[in-house]
Design a protein around this ligand. Structure first.
Ligand code: AMP
Ligand code: MG
Length: 415
């Protein structure tokens, strides 16, 4: 290890800063736009042509020479001769002259000579004539060419997150493929002699490797691709073999084995493999043993084994790293912090800065946080339905109902 294990644990913000400054952008790939929802664009997209490509009608109605309709009203309509019909998709074949009208549908190109469109509701068809009962303004109901997008303008830029509007706009610009950030692969490595898989029979002393499943889901939710490796037994040889395989991924995340127990081999094995360790403890609860470093060119995060600690540390440290790598806007790397009112009195040990799992709801114009009763770092069920982590600084032992507290949102409380 390049850092003495005797160094004091880092504050959360400092650990986050170190991780984020270490992470480099991931590579790119070219994908059909239908597969880019939630991806980050990595190219500038210049509009190849105007959208819409021609002046067109904003209404179903009649293309007219606006001046012809001057003074028209319901009782004194102006009669025009209908010389054509333009459904959307058809191009005008004849120009329009004074005294004439062309029936036109929304989106159809505007015929030469037209200076306004009168909506159908203000007209009355009568054989080859139409009576217009309103005075049409110059340009009325004509959508000009390029109103939406002007040819040559940079409509989308590197760093834009592709959602429905962006993908629709790409399609409108005839872009069926775009260059986006790759989804980083994240090797997930659960360590522990006590671990079994969910479909293995229960056995004395054994527990289910739930972390690998929770972590794989967190990776997917963060936009990455999980690569779960087989359970790693608590032996240095098994660990080294597994970490070597994990190096094929863009990130490595392990759970367990980073503490100071007799069988916690992650640190010594990584040291032997040449890890450039940045830190190995963070001053927080849940958590504390949390290792971060670069193994060759691969970021390695050693998460604590306790199921809640694993999830909370992933959300506070790994997800931000993945987001930075994928090129998301900097303001969205870390989970957002909001102010909420405590729903009830809260007590905690206060021996470290503490993140308390809580239900967060929106009520009467503000967030309300309901702290889960069981806050042990092994109580995974306390994460069920938790939208936030209520933050208590070190030394803060109690919170009173109604008190305003800071809450780190770990899920969208409106979904
Ligand atoms: P460790 O960090 O390896 O000392 O593990 C701390 C606690 O987390 C122990 O109670 C482990 O049994 C538990 N634990 C470790 N890994 C996992 C896992 N993959 N799934 C569920 N619990 C785990
Ligand atoms: Mg262990």
């Amino acid at each position: 290890m390049s850092q003495s294990p005797n160094l004091a644990p880092l504050p959360v913000a400092e650990a986050q800063r170190i991780i984020l400054e270490t992470i480099a952008p991931i590579g790119v790939e070219r994908l059909p736009i239908t597969e880019t929802v939630g991806r980050v664009l990595r190219e500038m997209v210049i509009a190849p042509a105007d959208i819409p490509p021609h002046d067109n009608s904003a209404m179903d109605g009649y293309a007219v020479v606006a001046a012809d309709s001057a003074g028209a009203e319901a009782e004194t309509p102006v009669r025009l001769r209908v010389i054509g019909d333009l459904p959307a998709g058809r191009v005008p074949s004849v120009p329009l002259s004074s005294g004439q009208a062309i029936r036109i549908m929304t989106g159809a190109p505007i015929p030469v000579g037209t200076t306004g469109v009168v909506m159908v509701e203000r007209t009355k068809a009568d054989g080859e004539f139409v009576d217009v009962s309103v005075s049409v303004r110059e340009g009325e109901n004509i959508r000009p060419r390029g109103e939406d997008v002007t040819a040559g303008s940079a409509i989308l830029n590197p760093g834009d997150v592709l959602r429905a509007a962006e993908i629709g706009t790409l399609a409108a610009m005839r872009r069926s493929f775009v260059t986006v950030s790759r989804a980083p692969t994240v090797a997930i490595l659960a360590t522990g002699d006590e671990l079994t898989e969910p479909d293995e029979p229960a056995a004395p002393g054994k527990i289910v490797n739930s972390n690998a499943y929770a972590l794989a889901a967190l990776v997917r939710e963060a936009g990455g691709t999980p690569r779960t490796l087989p359970i790693v037994r608590d032996s240095p040889e098994a660990l080294e073999l597994s970490i070597s395989e994990a190096l094929a991924a863009d990130f490595i995340v392990s759970s367990g084995g980073v503490s100071v127990g007799d069988y916690d081999y992650v640190k010594p094995v990584l040291a032997k493999m040449g890890l450039d360790a940045k830190f190995w403890r963070v001053w927080m609860k849940p958590g504390k043993p949390l290792l971060f470093g670069m193994l060759q060119d691969t970021p390695y995060v050693g998460l604590p084994g306790n199921p809640v600690s694993t999830m909370v540390c992933f959300l506070l440290f790994v997800r931000p790293a993945l987001r930075k790598a994928m090129g998301f806007p900097e303001a969205t790397w870390l989970p957002p912090t909001v102010t909420a009112k405590l729903a009830a009195d809260v007590k905690t040990k206060a021996d470290r800065p503490t993140y308390l799992r809580a239900r967060v709801t929106w009520s009467d114009g503000g967030f309300v946080a309901r702290v889960m009763p069981a806050q042990g770092s092994g109580v995974l069920s306390s994460m069920l339905g938790a939208e936030g982590l209520v933050f208590f600084e070190e030394g803060k032992k109690t919170g009173a109902a109604g008190e305003e507290v800071k809450v780190v949102l770990i899920r969208n409380p409106f979904e």
